[in-house]
Design a protein around this ligand. Structure first.
Ligand code: ADP
Ligand code: MG
Length: 515
């Protein structure tokens, strides 16, 4: 198939066709939990005082075209990425050097490290860690080569609270459903067909990962029944995404999970003398549960920590005997600084953590160049690139922060640096912009239909469960290492940020094309 397919996609719909498609999207989404709580700017607190309303999640009406080779490349290397990040998270000596460079300029990283140090001093009582990872990519077409083949380049690697694994299974089912009820016009039959729409297995795979973590904990130490805790933000608009995993954990694995807001973990749990984590649900206080696994869907952003009480809560969980998804060192391994250190041209670190040369070469192909903004050789070069408006136009400047809305793009970088004291520059990394091919799609969000140029971001989920050697650097044993489904997030090409929950984008699935 030639690239021309891109210019004719998606097809034009007449009014009848559009209404038929949207009616199906709306009804299927609500019937199947492809939903979010509404933004307050759409439905105010006055209109929904008890928070009982849900609305369709922002979705694309059509699955976005995606090169088949790029899709297979992303899924194929996930287990290598899992292994890489498990190895990094298990090497405290190496992580320490990275963190030491940042403690002066980044309070959040410094505070996370303090939690680790406090637990280390006392001794960890859990040596197994669960990672539910998501590696994010964009399709890159080298703008300097006219016949360049598309490849994928990594945007970032998420080691904590990787979201949308619940909704991504649903949106790939939605697009398949729309195909099966002829909501896509006949002329797209050669493009949108069952064989081009791979299902995303993220719900069963991630729930399977949580179940594996739960079982790896072993027998109850207190005699109380075992449970998993989903540590969550409150309020949480993206609650159904999380609920899909919770329901699959119960239905497919008979594992009970409770949702506990981050700011309630101290009052609803306690540690016994062996640091077993015990949970007493406020709705049924007669029965106590022993926590096998704490799954963090909160605590990843500085905004989740308003003071000492929140840091005490993080320490409380980290000290406990529960398996953490993720441990604090795994959280730190996901910082953008680590990604930069791996992806700086001529970096020796990838080979160290991923000794298999072929696997390392495949991972390396997905790196876009990333530079520090410090006094190293690469750093001084990057400072020059970032201050010059012409060269800065090919870069994005990122702080360590997770969760969207923090990046500085292209020509805005030089002025931003002028306003930032030079001593703070090392808190940022400078990354080459990935240049995706021009695509069009229609996004249905907040009840509105928006058609136009879009940019897609592929997320590949991974499950990794591993044991560390107590008191030593290195992974002792990998218990589980699997690719765990995919997500496509699609945003308008006018918005540089891609966060769906943050309100810029939509969830999508791939329509594979051979180019
Ligand atoms: P966050 O932790 O905020 O999610 P990301 O690194 O994912 O940080 O950046 C947010 C968004 O910025 C991405 O979803 C993507 O749309 C855009 N972005 C980040 N890095 C690049 C890049 N190198 N090239 C193009 N777009 C990028
Ligand atoms: Mg991101």
């Amino acid at each position: 198939m030639s690239r021309e397919v891109y210019s004719k996609y998606p097809p034009e719909l007449n009014e009848e066709q559009l209404q038929y498609l949207i009616t199906n999207v709306k009804d299927w989404s609500i019937a199947n939990g492809l939903a979010v709580r509404p933004v307050p700017s759409w439905i105010s607190k006055d209109e929904d005082p008890v928070g009982s309303l849900a609305v369709t999640a922002p979705v694309t009406l059509f699955p976005s075209l995606f090169p088949r080779n790029c899709f297979e490349q992303g899924l194929g290397i996930q287990t290598a990425y899992n292994e890489l990040y498990a190895a990094i998270a298990s090497n405290e000596t190496w992580l320490k050097q990275i963190v030491e460079e940042l403690v002066e300029v980044d309070d959040f990283i410094a505070d996370l490290w303090k939690v680790h140090q406090a637990v280390k001093k006392e001794g960890y009582v859990q040596d197994t860690t669960l990672g539910l990872f998501r590696s994010d990519y964009m399709v890159h077409v080298d703008p300097t080569q006219s016949a360049a083949k598309p490849t994928i380049k990594q945007v970032e690697f998420n080691t904590i609270a990787s979201s949308f694994g619940g909704l991504s299974t649903q949106v790939s089912k939605l697009h398949n459903y729309l195909l099966s009820v002829d909501a896509y016009p006949e002329e797209t039959q050669s493009i949108i067909k069952t064989s081009s729409l791979p299902p995303s297995t993220s719900v069963p795979s991630l729930a399977g990962g949580l179940a594996a973590g739960h079982h790896a904990y072993g027998e109850s130490r207190s005699g109380s029944p075992l449970c998993v805790i989903f540590l969550v933000q409150d309020p949480e608009r993206n609650v159904f995404d999380q609920r899909h995993l919770e329901f699959a954990l119960l239905n497919d694995h008979q594992v009970r999970a409770f949702r506990v807001p981050f700011n309630k973990i101290m009052s609803h749990t306690r540690l016994d003398e062996k640091r077993t984590l015990l949970y007493t649900p406020p709705h049924a206080p007669k029965k106590t549960w022993e926590v096998s696994l704490v799954y963090f869907r909160a605590g990843y952003s500085p905004d989740d920590y308003s003071g000492k009480a929140d840091w005490d809560a993080r320490l409380h969980v980290e000290r406990s005997a529960a398996i953490k998804c993720p441990s604090i060192l795994t959280h730190l391994a996901g910082s953008k600084k680590v990604q930069q250190v791996l992806a700086t041209p001529n970096s020796p670190h990838l080979a160290r953590f991923l000794p298999d040369k072929n696997r390392a070469a495949e991972v390396f192909k997905t790196f876009a160049p990333i530079y520090p903004l410090d006094k190293s050789e690469a750093g001084l070069e990057a400072c020059k690139l970032a201050q010059n408006p012409e060269s800065a136009a090919r870069y994005v400047l990122k702080p360590q922060r997770e969760g969207g809305g923090n990046n500085v793009y292209r020509k805005a970088i030089p002025d931003f640096l002028k306003d930032t004291p030079e001593s703070h520059w090392p808190a940022y990394i400078l990354m080459e912009m990935i240049e995706p091919p021009a695509l069009t799609n229609t996004i249905f969000r907040n009840g509105e239909v928006q058609k136009g140029g879009v940019i897609g971001e592929l997320g590949v989920y991974g499950v990794c469960l591993w044991k560390t050697k107590s008191g030593e650097d290195g992974v002792q044993e990998i218990l589980e290492n699997r690719q765990a489904g995919y997500l496509l997030r699609t945003k308008g090409d006018q918005s540089e940020e891609g966060g769906v929950a943050a309100g810029f984008g939509s969830v999508d699935s791939v329509c594979l094309v051979d180019i």
